[in-house]
Design a binder for this molecule. Structure first.
Ligand SMILES: [Zn+2]
Length: 308
């Protein structure tokens, strides 16, 4: 019965704001997106922080209208960056939200609209991991996810109370590797991130680099190897730190991944037999997954940070 079903709202903030209502069985109704036009990619990067908070609130209010009579258990907001205790500590790809007290600010705006369900915040890659775990009914086993897009995210479920910026794992000691959005040297994102690739190849788009590699261009072939080695190195580091297991790859640049090449490099980097039972699988990017993940984490979040 709808009247007793527990529901929560998930929102993801990346190139667009995408919001949905989530029940026990998954998404209830459709996803709401802002801006509507998915090709208007820079709208959020240019938007001042207060405006961004107001738009998030509007989107949540619109989705909440779909919730007829069921209890709204919580609202989960997924953002790219380091999040802690309801605050965005850093977000290199959406710099205006650095320091934003998202839980407090969005929570206050929502209360003005009569919505006082607890608000929580989660790293977007962790939300993808939670969404995949929920969609596969594997909420009890550990899964890890690389999100390969503008930046590189690393998420895991169950959530850990740590920083979780695995996309900034150092994978090279080469002093020339300075393309990461955070300014750090030798990071995975500085090799694999879309923005970093454009900085490296000022004369070519990332799509052209991979295409030229397949046509035999030596510079592009070397980069394609480096790109896969960076992902392999990050995966191998995670395996050495947390054990073997399941890894998923998602994000709009999973189109560049060649699994045999990646597996070949990971196998070269992980030689201890108890750690070799790993598997890597590609999941096409799907906003529904991260919205569900944000909503799932909202249900299980400790609401104590919401009321401040
Ligand atoms: Zn970095």
């Amino acid at each position: 019965m709808a009247a007793t079903e527990q529901r929560s709202i998930g929102l993801t903030l990346s190139k667009r704001i995408i919001t949905g209502l989530v029940g026990q069985e998954g998404l209830v109704g459709g996803l709401h997106a802002y801006p509507d036009d998915e090709f208007y990619e820079d709208a959020l990067v240019e938007m001042p922080r207060e405006h961004l908070m107001a738009v998030m609130c509007e989107q949540i209010v619109a989705v909440a209208k779909d919730n007829e009579g069921a209890t709204l258990q919580g609202i989960g907001i997924a953002v790219p960056g380091i999040v802690r205790a309801g605050v965005v500590d850093d977000s290199p790809n959406l710099p205006q939200i650095k320091g934003a007290r998202v839980v407090a600010e969005v929570g206050a705006l929502l209360r003005e609209h009569g919505i006082d369900a607890p608000v929580s915040i989660v790293n977007d890659a962790d939300a993808v991991a939670a969404g995949l775990a929920h969609q596969q009914g594997k909420l009890d086993s550990m899964i890890r996810v690389w999100t390969i897009g503008t930046g590189i995210g690393f998420g895991r479920y169950p959530l850990m109370d740590n920083v979780g910026e695995g996309g900034h794992t150092v994978v090279t000691l080469d002093d020339r590797e300075t393309y990461c959005g955070c300014g750090g040297r030798g990071h995975i994102e500085g090799i694999m991130g879309h923005r970093a690739m454009r900085l490296r190849f000022l004369d070519m788009e990332p799509e052209d680099v991979f295409e030229q590699a397949d046509k035999g261009d030596q510079r592009c072939i070397e980069f394609k190897k480096l790109w896969h080695k960076a992902l392999a190195a990050g995966t191998a580091t995670s395996i050495h730190m947390s054990g073997a297991g399941k890894f998923y790859l998602t994000g709009y640049n999973v189109r560049f991944v060649e699994m045999p090449l990646l597996n070949h490099y990971v196998q070269q980097m992980v030689r201890m037999s108890p750690l070799q039972a790993f598997s890597v699988e590609i999941r096409p990017e799907n906003p529904e997954t991260v919205v569900i993940g944000a909503a799932v984490t909202a249900r299980t979040a400790v609401p104590s940070t919401a009321a401040i």
